[in-house]
Design a protein around this ligand. Structure first.
Ligand SMILES: C[S@@+](CC[C@H](N)C(=O)[O-])C[C@H]1O[C@@H](n2cnc3c(N)ncnc32)[C@H](O)[C@@H]1O
Length: 446
């Protein structure tokens, strides 16, 4: 279902995880061993959780690294790991309520209990299957402990955990930045599977497609197998969270020659090309650019692709408009990528902000007079959004904010008084919500 398009979160660099980076616990090495049928997926879940929480990998990368399992088992392992990460603090509280023994965060017993309970709460796995697939993961005294805790909790009955707590540091940060209601909305959203948003090259095609349209060229579906939807092979649409489609909507229709900086895998490149612009798409990652090329081929759209580090690359001409969809902490994508809440620690956010300010300064040099520079990040951290633009404007008095005009963005998007757009958890929640995003359009004066 993940086409690799739209939310763009994996511009994030490798981050050390929660448990200290270098020592691989014995239970993780054991989890990599072949196992009896039915338990293999859960063993793989142990490996995946270790890769995410201790080694800071993305869920997708950790899942892809499990090569010993058939694809359906691997998908199940990733799904169980995802459900575990969506509810980790509450699962831990449940575990702690059922044993007097304090289980270390990185202990095998806690990990097995977490994934067992996550299956029950998040996937509706029956009690007997939860127990039967957990016990073979542990031996001896640990098995008795896991059996005892699971028995206690399953007899007691698990709460629905449909608005689970986020990691405490994240809740504190977001409550300080956005207030308690945004945190409560994020809790509700993380327990739900996000909807599937499609962006169409042609608005008439979107109008003819079954689903809910919340913006021009947009259709929202409850869920679906992407490759089986009509129009996929013909390239009529691509998967892109509705929030991720907003930045390209702010590139003026008359722009013409547009630089798409940090472009891969290309959700926004395709929007710009479909809108008729001449697009130069730059990205530092050859692998991600190859996906962009595949996406353009499938959708029959064109752009000039440049594999380059934007901090070293030099544009050969000034552009009418520039879209900088910068690499970031990606915390706005927590509904699809719950691991971002564990990866994006303050040092990483600061590192991203440093890179973003360098990228913005370079982009500013390549813009024509009166040209538009749209900056966006799929982040819920003010350092990567509001504060980034405040400091850019302080250092670049030749730029000013250019707020969205009526009709440029869907009516439910209310720009902030400063003129930028901040998408918070809670917006359009009834209809399934959006990724968290920050978008600002800057115009170069004279
Ligand atoms: C948020 S993602 C972009 C998503 C993309 N705009 C889309 O809509 O599909 C950020 C991208 O920045 C790229 N990137 C990171 N550092 C870069 C740099 N110094 N120069 C160019 N690209 C960079 C990453 O490879 C990643 O593809």
């Amino acid at each position: 279902m993940d086409s690799g398009l739209g939310t763009g979160g994996d511009g994030l660099r490798w981050v050390g995880g929660c448990f200290g980076r270098f020592m691989t616990p014995k239970w993780v090495r054991e989890a990599a061993m072949p196992s009896a049928e039915g338990v293999g997926a859960r063993r793989a879940t142990l490996q995946i959780l270790d890769a995410v929480l201790r080694r800071g990998q993305t869920l997708d990368a950790a899942g892809a690294a499990v090569r010993t399992l058939p694809a359906p088992d691997r998908a199940l392992a990733v799904a169980i790991a995802g459900e575990t990460l969506r509810r980790l603090p509450d699962l831990d509280a449940l575990i702690d309520s059922a044993t007097r023994q304090r289980l270390p965060d990185d202990s095998k017993a806690r990990m097995v209990l977490r994934l067992a309970l996550a299956q029950k709460v998040g996937l509706g796995t029956p009690d007997h299957a939860v127990v039967a697939t957990a016990l073979p993961l542990v031996d001896g005294g640990l098995r008795r402990l896991v059996h005892g805790v699971l028995g206690t909790l399953l007899r007691r009955g698990l709460p629905p955990l449909d608005a689970p707590r986020l990691p405490e540091a994240v809740e504190q940060r977001w409550a300080a930045a956005w207030g308690g209601e945004a945190v409560h909305a994020a809790r509700r959203l993380i327990a739900r599977r996000p909807a599937l948003d499609l962006t169409f090259a042609d608005d008439a095609e979107a109008g003819a497609f079954a689903g809910t349209s919340l913006a021009p060229r947009h259709v929202r579906l409850e869920s679906a197998s992407v490759a089986e939807l009509p129009g996929f092979a013909e390239g009529r649409w691509w998967v892109q969270d509705l929030a991720a489609s907003l930045p390209a909507r702010l590139i003026p229709a008359a722009a013409g020659d547009v630089l798409d900086l940090c472009a891969a895998p290309g959700g926004k490149t395709m929007q710009l090309a479909a809108a008729g612009h001449r697009v130069t798409a730059v990205d530092a990652s050859e692998g991600r650019l190859a996906r962009l090329r595949d996406n353009l081929d499938r959708t029959h759209l064109t752009a000039e692709l440049v594999a380059a580090d934007a901090l070293a690359w030099e544009a050969d001409r000034p552009f009418d408009a520039i879209l900088l969809d910068a690499p970031c902490s990606a915390t706005g994508t927590f509904r699809r990528h719950p691991e971002v809440l564990y990866r994006a620690r303050p040092a990483i956010i600061a590192e991203n902000a440093d890179l973003q300010s360098q990228l913005l300064a370079r982009a500013a040099q390549w813009l024509k007079a009166a040209g538009a520079l749209v900056y966006s990040v799929c982040s819920l951290e003010p350092q990567e959004g509001e504060q980034m633009i405040d400091s850019f404007l302080a250092a670049h008095p030749e730029f000013a904010l250019d707020p969205p005009r009526p009709g440029e963005l869907p009516g439910f998007v209310m720009p902030a008084p400063q003129g930028w757009v901040r998408i918070l958890p809670g917006l359009l929640e009834e209809q399934g919500g959006l990724d968290g995003f920050f978008i600002a359009r800057l115009v170069r004066r004279g």
